[in-house]
Design a protein around this ligand. Structure first.
Ligand code: ADP
Length: 398
């Protein structure tokens, strides 16, 4: 069974065609600058040369058609006909409080995605466009929506409710949702097996540390808490996002500088995090580390603060679960940054965590990186959101 996985952004479309009989990637690619001058498709069929094409893509509909043409191209293609694609799995950012699970798309589901435009203004409209483009290009092929928010739907009320007047929950569904849910679901589920933990009771903390970052706590693969909130702004210090902050800071800056709330929120989302803390060095952790090594004090403070926040969340989530069996690192920083993993783990000795330097000297490969006598297993586990979406798709329509 072949499943096409789509991740549509406002001006981009990433795809993977996966053969679910052996979970191998047949082809993957990217459409860039959709709706902008200079749109481009990059198509990488496994085992064949990469193919690039510049062509107008005013909307996601044209982009999907180009992807289909590339997939069926006599030279760069990997299938003969669209009928070989059994189903399409879509990454959808926000499912609001309606979806506790991935779901097969019908008119009601599309309306629900539309109803969440307010909650995911950049992503949800693009995600819906991707679904509608597929309906047009492949009529009759089932589409499955996999929401970034469903993993967080198993959080108990005490974890997801904000301590604000209840009417705002009733009126606008304001609560903590959590994001990167597909990654947390995938990694926490895999780590339960990888570390031979009890599938029902295993307590896992997943640190998804990329440009955006979040941490989740789960028991038996079910989320009990996660660090992002109503939007991805809450929680860790990220590449450009501030994470947790006293909301009065917003009012203070608005009053002092005569700016409006939207403007300051934009600053908290796009100009803060390690980029802002370092005085503008970079949002990329590699650049921050290089600047710190060259003696840039603020870059050092940004990195220390990033690690400190991760360590605090791990402590909080261990308390929330009354223990932890495994801590997993994933995403760009989590999978590649050997020093940062070590520094985080050095602050967890009170939990009996012992990192093994030789085992930790690895990038992008599933591996236990703690010592045999560590009380908590620490693992590096590469995330694979596309595979998680494809598995959900097979589960629902296979
Ligand atoms: P996102 O999907 O949120 O854009 P990724 O998970 O791809 O982010 O992570 C990207 C980040 O990973 C980069 O910004 C970079 O800081 C970090 N990263 C990648 N490789 C390394 C490395 N070798 N050392 C430190 N950080 C790295």
């Amino acid at each position: 069974m072949k499943v096409l996985v789509l991740n549509c952004g406002s001006s981009s479309l990433k795809y993977q065609l996966i053969d679910m009989d052996n979970e191998s990637v047949i082809a993957k690619g990217l459409c860039e600058r959709i709706g902008i001058e200079g749109s481009k498709l990059t198509h990488k069929p496994t085992g064949k040369d990469t193919f690039k094409k510049e062509a107008p893509m005013p909307t996601h509909t044209e982009a999907i058609k180009l992807v289909m043409d590339a997939l069926m191209d006599p030279e760069h293609g990997v299938i003969k006909d669209t009928s070989e694609i059994s189903a399409i799995g879509h990454r959808v950012l926000h499912g609001g409080s309606k979806f506790t699970e991935s779901t097969v798309v019908d008119e009601k589901v599309k309306q629900a995605i539309r109803d969440c435009f307010d909650l995911g203004p950049l992503h949800n409209p693009a995600n819906l466009m991707g679904i509608e483009a597929c309906e047009e290009a492949m009529p009759g092929t089932p589409n499955v929506a996999v929401f970034d928010t469903t993993f967080g739907m198993s959080m108990p009320e005490k974890a997801y409710m904000y301590a604000i007047p209840h009417e705002y929950y009733d009126k606008y569904s304001i609560r903590r949702y959590g994001f990167h849910g597909t990654s947390h679901m995938f990694v926490s589920g895999e780590v339960l097996k990888f570390c031979h933990l009890d599938p029902e009771k295993g307590k896992v903390i997943v640190c998804h540390l990329g440009n955006g970052g979040s941490i989740s706590a789960s028991i038996g693969g079910k989320c009990v808490d996660t660090s992002m909130g109503l939007t991805p702004l809450e929680g860790l210090i990220m590449g450009t996002r501030s994470g947790d902050i006293d909301p009065a800071v917003v009012q203070f800056i608005c009053n002092k500088e005569g700016r409006d709330v939207n403007d300051v929120l934009n600053m908290l989302n796009k100009k803060s995090g390690v980029l802002g803390m370092s005085g503008g060095v970079s949002s990329d952790f590699r650049d921050i580390e290089a600047a710190r090594a060259e003696g840039n004090r603020l870059a050092g403070v940004a990195l220390d603060a990033f690690i400190y926040r991760v360590v605090k969340y791990i402590g909080a989530y261990t308390a929330a679960m009354n223990g932890v069996d495994a801590i997993a690192f994933t995403a760009g920083v989590g999978e590649n940054d050997i020093k940062t993993r070590k520094r985080i783990c050095e602050n967890l000795s009170y939990l009996g965590v012992k990192i093994d330097d030789e085992r930790n000297n690895v990038r992008g490969e599933a591996r236990v990186i703690s010592a045999d006598d560590s009380k908590v297993q620490v693992v590096l586990y590469p995330t694979n959101e596309e595979l998680a979406i494809a598995r959900e798709t097979v589960r629902l329509v296979g």
